[in-house]
Design a protein around this ligand. Sequence first.
Ligand code: IPE
Ligand code: IPE
Ligand code: MG
Ligand code: MG
Ligand code: MG
Length: 296
Amino acid sequence: MPDIQSFFHQCQLQIEHLLNVELARHTHISKSLNDAIHYSIFNGGKRFRPSLCYATAIALNAPTKSVDCAAAAIELIHCYSLVHDDLPAIDNDDLRRGKLTCHKAFDEATAILAGDALQAYAFEMLISLNPEIPPAQKLHMGLSLARACGFEGMAAGQELDIANTGKTCSLDHLEIIHRYKTGKMISACIDLSAQAVSVDGSERHQALQHYAQALGLAFQVKDDILDVEGSTEVLGKNKGADQLLNKTTYPSLLGMEAAKEKAEQLNQQALAALKIFGNEANLLREISNYVIHREN
Ligand code: IPE
Ligand code: IPE
Ligand code: MG
Ligand code: MG
Ligand code: MG
């Protein structure tokens, strides 16, 4: 099994090659919209979610290619969510992945439309890639993705996050915000991948769902920690953005040490959920450790 850094690198190459080839097939009705879409995809993202899809395939003894449609669709939804998250009406950020945010590099209207188009394109990729997956299974995957990103998922979490800006909230409420705005899309990586390789509903799928729930919350707790302790250069986004907007975060509510303890507890929960797996889940184990120790 490759070490985690070379695994991430391979996953980045796989997903970027795939998205490049697919995007090249499309016509340029509006050059600025195509440019904004391209800019928002190929800008140095970690490709964490595609890597999670691919590691899930490996844990389920399937080739990574068999979950390409899930990896592409989820990364495209993620890219759209970042473009909209950075808009003046939401987090009002000007730096993303080390470059100007989409609305700064283009304009606000183009950024809104690029987000809309990326969301639609995600579903197009889910439908058109991996044609060997039976249509009933694809429909199931589409439903899971829609639920993970829509008003019962990421979009709901973003709305709760906005409503909470400038106020303080309870730890329980913060956990709900984080589980929706970030956790739902991380769980979607597991669900869509399990569906793509037809093991949904199995004991292994349930174990992976428990893993993903802990991992998704850990991912956002660490994101909050990095906003305080990271460097703008390494993060590729402005540190201190949460404090500037007076957002409630794990460090602001619990203090830094307890926030780090929470991240470690979630890591242990994620690892414990994988106990029914053997070495085939080692990449998922390393991903969990990576999530709470990463620097960007
Ligand atoms: C940032 O996600 C937004 C959150 C959900 C916390 P990532 O940290 O995965 O960002 P990229 O894709 O690498 O830029
Ligand atoms: C964003 O959370 C989550 C989504 C984009 C859905 P944050 O607002 O904390 O993400 P960053 O820190 O800007 O990447
Ligand atoms: Mg935000
Ligand atoms: Mg933000
Ligand atoms: Mg953040």
